[in-house]
Ligand binder design. Structure first.
Ligand SMILES: NC(=O)c1ccc[n+]([C@@H]2O[C@H](COP(=O)([O-])OP(=O)(O)OC[C@H]3O[C@@H](n4cnc5c(N)ncnc54)[C@H](O)[C@@H]3O)[C@@H](O)[C@H]2O)c1
Length: 313
């Protein structure tokens, strides 16, 4: 029987991760935690308020639940992190350190997402290899690289079963995104369905890796379940499903909403962040070592996003 604590569970990933973990392991086996209450999308089941910057509280929650695994999703994302770099460091590094420390003491496995933000302007952008230059220039990216290294350290030094992926931009309809640079790829669908038009904060040809949330959730759980001897890498696997520009997204949306229009009001801060990230990451290591394979491409994701948002009304 698995006993799981999820941090950051009220967020874009966490709200759907908790649901999937509860379906797999049982409602009471999965303790959902966040610094804020989950919204309407929060699933019914055990919830505790938890600030991951508080080491005593992290240890108490993990021990109290007799957890053998932590899905550590609490974080400050890229655009929000540039508004308050000090808080981004405190949450992203402090939170991970406290989780790894209790995992070391209690023998828990730890899943931590890294990001395409762990790369930077000197990284080869297309394709970006699994093992390559990582010199990001955002505080979020700095914490993601350091988090990958810290997680590998806890594995090598203490045998903590720490595993992670580098998520690309994640597209979903359940919970709004929390202040990342790829949020446009979610908002475009909401605005297309509600208003038939969208004003994008990145330029038309800005190409980034993306993935539909059901693939991200399934893939993450598959990584945590694979036998450890299959893993050469641990923190963190490149993981992608498609490469998208605002223009290609708009074209895919027009297959369903022919009158949809897009215009541009570029935000220099988020454009600079996007320009420092890869155009296409190579996820061959994830495919080889634990069988990663996306189910959704741009066309099937777009069809599902629009159908889900239209059904919601
Ligand atoms: N969404 C994406 O496109 C994306 C892409 C790459 C990586 N990731 C990574 O996936 C993970 C989850 O991201 P997300 O998109 O769900 O982010 P999100 O912003 O939607 O959710 C993060 C959650 O963390 C919580 N949180 C913030 N400070 C906290 C604290 N001190 N203690 C406890 N909880 C706190 C927030 O309340 C929020 O609910 C993060 O590690 C993120 O870096 C996400």
């Amino acid at each position: 029987m698995k006993r799981i604590v999820v941090t950051g569970a009220a967020g874009q990933v966490g709200s759907e991760m908790v649901e999937a973990l509860r379906q797999r392991y049982g409602v009471d086996a999965v303790l959902s935690t966040d610094i804020r209450e989950p919204g309407d999308s929060g699933s019914l089941g055990p919830f505790r308020t938890l600030d991951v910057t508080d080491p005593g509280a992290v240890a108490e929650v993990v021990r109290g639940h007799s957890a053998d695994c932590v899905y550590h999703l609490a974080a400050i994302l890229s655009a929000r992190g540039e508004k308050d770099p000090q808080q981004a460091w405190a949450v992203n590094m402090g939170g991970l350190y406290h989780v790894l420390e209790v995992a070391r003491q209690e023998g828990c496995a730890v899943f931590t997402p890294s990001s395409i933000a762990a790369f930077g302007p000197t990284t080869p952008p297309d394709p970006t290899p699994q093992d390559t230059i990582q010199r990001p220039n955002t505080m979020y990216g700095v914490t993601k690289v350091a988090g990958e290294l810290l997680s590998d350290y806890y594995h090598q030094r203490y045998g903590v079963d720490a595993r992670g992926v580098r998520y690309p931009g994640l597209i979903s309809y359940v919970t709004p995104p929390g202040g990342g640079t790829t949020d446009f790829a979610v908002q475009i669908f909401y605005d297309a369905v509600a208003h038939g038009r969208y004003t994008c904060f990145l330029g038309p040809e800005t190409q980034l890796d993306m993935m539909y949330m059901p693939d991200a959730i399934r893939g993450s759980i598959e990584l945590m379940e694979v036998s450890p001897e299959r893993l050469v890498h641990r923190n963190a696997f490149n993981m992608t499903a498609m490469q998208v520009t605002p223009e290609s997204l708009a074209a895919a949306i027009r297959e369903h909403i022919p009158d949809f229009t897009i215009d541009y009001d570029v935000d220099p801060v988020r454009q600079a962040i996007a320009d420092s990230w890869p155009r296409r990451i190579d996820d061959g290591a994830a495919r080889d070592e634990w069988g990663w394979k996306p189910e959704y491409d741009l066309a099937s994701m777009t069809a599902d996003m629009i159908a889900q948002l239209q059904a919601r009304g």
